[in-house]
Write a protein that binds this ligand. Structure first.
Ligand SMILES: CC(=O)N[C@H]1[C@@H](OP(=O)(O)OP(=O)(O)OC[C@H]2O[C@@H](n3ccc(=O)[nH]c3=O)[C@H](O)[C@@H]2O)O[C@H](CO)[C@@H](O)[C@@H]1O[C@H](C)C(=O)N[C@@H](C)C(=O)N[C@H](CCC(=O)O)C(=O)O
Ligand SMILES: Nc1ncnc2c1ncn2[C@@H]1O[C@H](COP(=O)(O)OP(=O)(O)OP(=O)(O)O)[C@@H](O)[C@H]1O
Length: 484
């Protein structure tokens, strides 16, 4: 593509490159740049893309977009915000694929992944549509699965995925939109038909510093949505309802002023049931996924479907055949008389929710195994320690992606929140050993919740991902003679 075409809509603050030039692509990383590409230098949190401009030119970059041009002469194009520029350039490069589909965004601390899968199931069930998905577990082009490395990829990858979806005949794309993505311009320029907000509870304070910043970050989504679907039972949802500029559609379990409510809720070990009530229409929902919080995910999905003009009975029928999501309340098959559940709960709110849910249908003990990530929000560690001790009958404290931190120091932070609860517990820093210990010591009727890793199949230690799939660990344990 010619440079001038690529720059369409990009506000330059200066340029030393005169004339047009043919470009082979766009790159924001010199470790992966092709000759003839446009290099976009991003200011970073660990280093700064501006330091790699010389390397980019040595590797054949045809031009450079940056916030601060080097002193020496060169093919420089300067912008006020390189990440915003990267988003605009990427959309131009891929021909604005979002404009060819109905794009739905989901933001919130918990429930994004589950909600996007339910949205995909709803659109497929009601419309027979081919639906793309961008999220934490995987990216999908219809049924085809592509690996995902983050919840919301960099803008270049987002636009590339959207292009693949549109070319493959997807009429809809559903995507998780993280607060990082919103602050870092990864979804700039995408016209979301509907944006769904699930909830806001403590997480990611290493990045946002305060809950106000975190709330403001998530609220950025609603600057680019035609309609905002908001959870009125969440304080931040009520806040957005007061201040977003686009039309809103609200949901709540029981606030009658909401556009959609849930009545006659019934919770079962394998499903939830309730009546979805909206503007004179009522339909009984039977969703084969357990958990009190599942009601909220379902309401967000139904509300979103209603904003698209889909009939309530059709939405409800489609949800009746939806499947659970890998690593979200996933029951692991075992040849024993206790139950093992893998759940991605890695925030205080999520841990509280999964333990409360399990407690609701478990006659035996609730045993919770969990740890906290290294190099991330430290303040949630003691809170999660306290929640586990309060809600479980036995806690196995262990590790969960310690990254560059000493696992023992993370465990100390967690244990500081346990206080005088007296809940029996054991501390086993190696997660594999901890799982084996928990399996060996579980009793008939117990439910063992392996919290935090969900779909992940690795343990990140010192920047290296070591394979650890909890399903495999459980299966391997029971294959050993005598472990039944
Ligand atoms: C905090 C954050 O989001 N960081 C993202 C950011 O990294 P950074 O600013 O630290 O990058 P950097 O390492 O300083 O490098 C700066 C620039 O120099 C470039 N570079 C660097 C080295 C080199 O040799 N050559 C070169 O060109 C880099 O490619 C980059 O463009 O920009 C990078 C490029 O896009 C991202 O990979 C990186 O995500 C990191 C891996 C990450 O872990 N992000 C997490 C926190 C995240 O985004 N999480 C959210 C939320 C998940 C949830 O809700 O649970 C998500 O959406 O996944
Ligand atoms: N609506 C909800 N409210 C509170 N907790 C929830 C909700 N939905 C799911 N959870 C809990 O949060 C965990 C993560 O769910 P899910 O993966 O759907 O959220 P997420 O927002 O995508 O998380 P992440 O951004 O970290 O990937 C689940 O395993 C469950 O314990």
């Amino acid at each position: 593509m010619r440079l001038e075409k690529l720059l369409s809509g990009v506000a330059l603050t200066g340029r030393t490159l005169d004339g047009d030039v043919e470009l082979s692509g766009i790159s924001y990383d010199t470790r992966d740049i092709a000759p003839g590409a446009l290099f976009v230098a991003l200011p970073g949190y660990k280093t700064d893309g501006h330091k790699f401009i010389r390397e980019a030119l040595e590797k054949g970059a045809a031009a450079v977009v940056c916030e601060r041009a080097p002193e020496e002469p060169g093919p420089w194009l300067t912008v006020a915000d390189a990440r915003a520029a990267l988003a605009a350039l990427s959309a131009n490069w891929f021909g604005h694929p979002a404009r060819e589909m109905t794009v739905l965004g989901v933001t919130g601390t918990n429930g994004k992944t589950t909600t996007t899968y339910l949205l995909k199931a709803m659109l497929e069930g009601v419309l027979g549509a081919r639906v793309g998905l961008i999220g934490t577990n995987q990216n999908m082009i219809g049924e085809k699965s592509l690996p995902a490395h983050r919840t919301t990829p960099e803008s270049y990858e987002v636009q590339k995925l959207l292009r693949e979806m549109a070319d493959a005949g997807c009429t809809h794309a559903v995507m998780e939109v993280s607060s990082h993505a919103l602050v870092l311009h990864r979804v700039d320029g995408i016209p979301f038909r509907t944006g769904v907000f699930t909830n806001l509870t403590q997480d990611h304070l290493d990045f946002h510093k305060t809950m106000e910043n975190y709330r403001a970050a998530k609220g950025l989504l609603f600057r680019q949505t035609a309609t905002a679907v908001l959870n009125l039972d969440d304080e931040a949802g009520r806040f957005y309802a007061e201040c977003v500029d686009c039309p809103t559609f609200t949901y709540s379990e029981n606030k009658d002023e909401a556009d959609l409510t849930a009545k006659n809720i019934r919770l079962f070990p394998d499903r939830v049931e309730f009546e979805a009530v909206t503007l004179g229409a009522i339909s009984r929902v039977k969703l084969p996924i357990p958990g009190g919080f599942t009601i909220y995910n379902a309401l967000g999905v139904i509300a979103c479907g209603l904003t698209l003009g889909l009939p309530l009975p059709d939405i409800v029928r489609a949800l009746g055949t939806a499947r659970g999501v890998k690593g979200r309340i996933e029951v692991v098959p075992t040849p024993t008389d206790y139950t093992v559940i893998i759940d991605y709960a890695h925030t205080p709110d999520a841990l509280e929710n999964i333990l409360t849910t399990v407690r609701g249908f478990t006659p035996g003990r609730v045993v919770c195994l969990f740890g906290c990530g290294g190099d991330r929000d430290r303040s949630k560690r003691p809170i999660m320690g306290g929640i586990a001790a309060d809600l479980a009958d036995f806690v196995v404290f262990t590790s969960d992606n310690p990254r560059t931190e000493d696992p023992r120091a993370i465990l100390e932070d967690i244990l500081a929140g346990v206080g005088e609860s007296g809940t029996p517990n054991v501390v086993i820093s190696d997660r594999r050993e901890a799982i084996r210990w928990a399996l060996a010591n579980a009793r008939a009727g117990d439910v063992l919740v392996l919290a935090g890793k969900g779909h992940e199949t690795y343990q990140e230690i010192d920047g290296v991902q070591h394979h650890l799939d909890e399903r495999e660990e459980v299966a391997a344990y029971f294959q050993e003679p005598g472990n039944r």
